[in-house]
Design a protein around this ligand. Structure first.
Ligand code: M6R
Length: 611
């Protein structure tokens, strides 16, 4: 979950590294560090600090205090060893000759550490990463590449590494296994980074490292090798993300900016895929006979992406009449799933790097399933390991709490359900066309919901002091309640739970007492009267009810609930893309009023690359 960056070129490295790290801070933000080779001193200069990156940046005066044109940097999300200066990366070998930045976990580090200690090598940190630096030095006999190769044969786990040695001050070494790493090709400079946003300011030409690959970077070239140390030619791709997409652009928080960007993101995701009244997926090839022969669709994902899967189940089953099972990716490989060649496994991931989701993908493939992924980050590991990919095209999402990636995932699921239904003949022509029209109208409707943000801010000001919040709803409203609840707890730290409304009477209602806040979702027309009954039930036990319903039901709801948020009336298929917006805004404003660090909530990271 940490962010790593490396630079070799002709300019001063430290400001470039610090700038790159500032764009990777969403990956981890409990400490940061850089190592730069200082050619005047002939040594590595290493600086690390606990806390946010700006602590380090201030100490180094934005990098002006460090001189050298090659270096590596790191922003940390602690796994082994508490956040502290000493546990921050880069970790260095005993002599200070070798510096390493690492994202991932070395599973056999304890055993390796004992071995090195038995050889008289002292350790200064509690990290697994120090083992790598010490082990490289242990094997080093003047040939850095061969020492790194020997270390790679001994370490187990997941890692993306950036390595710098003061004997080779013109070279960086990059290594990747199960943690993302990209290489950047600049004019007279080269980069390594966890994510393209770190280097977008300098180059758009990148290549994606594969598992087991190692690369040697100099200012003029990048040479990649496979696990057998045979040279590999990498495809260089052009990244088309705009630089300002990864900037705050005048907004106070990335999360708010990304909420407000949803209409454009949805347009980008939907419009090119509806042509002449048909859903068109370019670069997507599933044989119609394969779709007809499908016995089951599995959806696997984590967190918010899993919530998209829940909505997807309702939509896919309704439109295609194929059975759909949704599984948490973190559970999938432990549940002995029933997957065969007639199972399509739909993997959903914004980052395309979530380790549990990747492990589920591999398990599904092992069992014979075909993998279709829905991913935002182009070229990410999950995208590359899938048989088919549908990109969400939401643009870079920086805030830890997902918003625009979530709503575009929902849109892709709608398109997919319609596409399959068309192939299977399970949707009537008229219905199909109206669904497509509604999808095309969706970005404008989301704009309409966003224009009510001041009302939602007002409701947030009424309720931000509550300690505990329940979200209730049925069917898609239940799935949306789960997402609303996750958004709220994630960024505001308010305890919150979502329940299927019908379950209230089976236990949860005992928690309702005067003043408890209940967010009641009742957007689904056919279930509106049921939603009303549940509102009455909790209201009569003293709850404060903030309801979310459609315009046409507002009046009826207003008579019962304490406050009402609305979305435009729409077909069930697209309702979730609308109902999520007030929930995102509510969570955002509540967190803002509670003074929380919205873009970087405690203990979390954007990309969860550890199990
Ligand atoms: O990148 P992914 O979609 O695979 O991430 C999955 C979850 O970690 C993610 O959705 C998480 O729950 C979000 N922070 C929620 O806002």
């Amino acid at each position: 979950m940490c962010g790593i960056v490396g630079y070799v070129g002709q300019e001063q490295a430290a400001p470039i590294l610090l700038d790159g790290l500032s764009r990777l801070e969403y990956r981890g933000y409990d400490s940061a560090g850089v190592a730069v080779y200082d050619s005047t001193l002939g040594t590595l200069s290493v600086h690390k600090a606990k806390g946010r990156l700006n602590v380090l940046s201030q100490q180094l005066h934005g990098g002006a205090d460090l001189h050298g044109t090659i270096g590596i940097g790191h922003t940390r999300w602690a796994t082994h060893g508490a956040p502290s200066d000493v546990n921050s990366h880069p970790q260095v070998s005993r002599s200070g000759k070798i510096a390493v930045v690492h994202n991932g976990i070395i599973e056999n580090y304890a055993e390796l550490k004992s071995f090195l200690i038995s050889q008289g090598i002292p350790f200064t940190s509690e990290t697994d990463t120090e083992v790598i630096a010490q082990l490289i030095e242990y094997f080093y006999d003047g040939d850095l590449l061969s020492a790194v190769g020997r270390v790679l044969h001994r370490i187990q786990g997941a890692y993306a590494l950036g390595i710098l040695c003061d004997d080779c001050p013109d070279k960086l070494i990059a290594v990747r296994k199960d943690s993302p790493l990209i290489l950047g090709y600049g004019e007279g400079c080269s980069f390594l980074a966890s994510d393209v946003t770190a280097i977008l300011r300098h180059t758009r030409k990148v290549s994606y490292m594969e598992d087991g690959e190692l690369a040697v970077l100099t200012q003029d070239s990048i040479q990649c090798y496979n696990h057998l140390m045979q040279p590999v030619d990498k495809e260089i791709v052009q990244v088309d993300w705009e630089m300002d997409a990864a900037e705050k652009g005048g907004y106070e928080h990335f999360m708010f900016k990304e909420i407000m960007e949803q209409p454009q993101a949805l347009r980008r995701c939907i419009s090119p895929r509806i042509r002449e009244g048909e859903v068109v997926f370019e670069d997507f090839h599933l044989d119609p006979q394969y779709i007809r022969d499908l016995q089951k669709i599995y959806i696997v994902a984590c967190g918010s992406s899993y919530h998209v899967g829940m909505v997807g189940k309702y939509q896919l089953e309704k439109l295609t009449r194929k059975p759909v099972e949704v599984a948490l990716a973190s559970e999938f490989r432990y549940m002995d799933p029933i997957v065969n060649e007639h199972t399509l496994v739909v993997v959903i991931s914004q980052s395309g790097e979530t380790l549990d989701t990747m492990a589920a993908l591999r398990e599904a493939r092992r069992l014979g399933g075909k993998i279709l992924s829905i991913v935002n980050v182009v070229g990410s590991s999950i995208a590359r390991e899938s048989d088919q990919v549908l990109y969400t095209w939401a643009g870079p999402e920086i805030a830890v709490a997902t918003t625009k990636a979530y709503s575009t995932q929902l849109a892709v699921i709608c398109l997919l359900a319609l596409y399959f239904a068309r192939v299977l003949g399970t949707v009537e022509d008229g219905e199909y066309r109206s669904c497509l029209e509604d999808l095309l109208r969706l970005p404008d409707q989301v704009e309409q919901v966003l224009s009510q943000k001041d009302h939602i801010q007002y409701f947030a000001s009424q309720y931000f002091n509550h300690d505990s919040v329940f979200f209730i709803g049925r069917n898609i409203d239940y799935a949306m309640g789960l997402e609303g609840s996750l958004k709220l707890k994630e960024i505001s730290y308010i305890h919150s739970e979502a329940y299927a409304s019908g379950e209230l009477k089976h236990g949860t209602i005992s928690l309702i007492e005067p003043g408890t806040l209940v967010v009641a979702l009742g957007t689904c027309k056919r279930l509106f009267q049921k939603a009303m009954s549940n509102v009455v039930e909790v209201k009569s036990r003293g709850a404060d009810v903030l309801a979310l319903t459609t315009e046409s039901c507002r009046k009826e709801m207003e008579g019962t609930a304490s406050a009402v948020m609305t979305i435009p009336d729409a077909r069930e298929l697209v309702l979730p893309c609308l109902s999520v917006v007030p929930l995102q805004l509510f969570a955002y404003y509540v967190a803002l009023m509670r003074g929380c660090d919205i873009d970087k909530p405690r203990n979390l990271a954007k990309s969860v690359t550890v199990e």
